[in-house]
Design a protein. Structure first.
Length: 53
């Protein structure tokens, strides 16, 4: 009877390189999304404040 052992060693994943263009694009998109969200919230506050006057 022959037993085959599966290897448990995995190659280490390379660390994320911040100079990769895809990651830069995703980071830029997230920053723009946050800025757009903050602008939307500010606009809603401005609109609601205008109703009170």
């Amino acid at each position: 009877m022959t037993t085959h052992r599966m290897t448990t060693h995995r190659a280490p994943k390379p660390l994320a390189d911040p100079n990769r263009p895809v990651e830069r694009a995703v980071t830029a998109a997230l920053i723009l999304a946050v800025l757009a969200g903050l602008g939307w919230i500010a606009g809603m506050i401005y609109t609601i404040a205008g109703w009170s006057v």
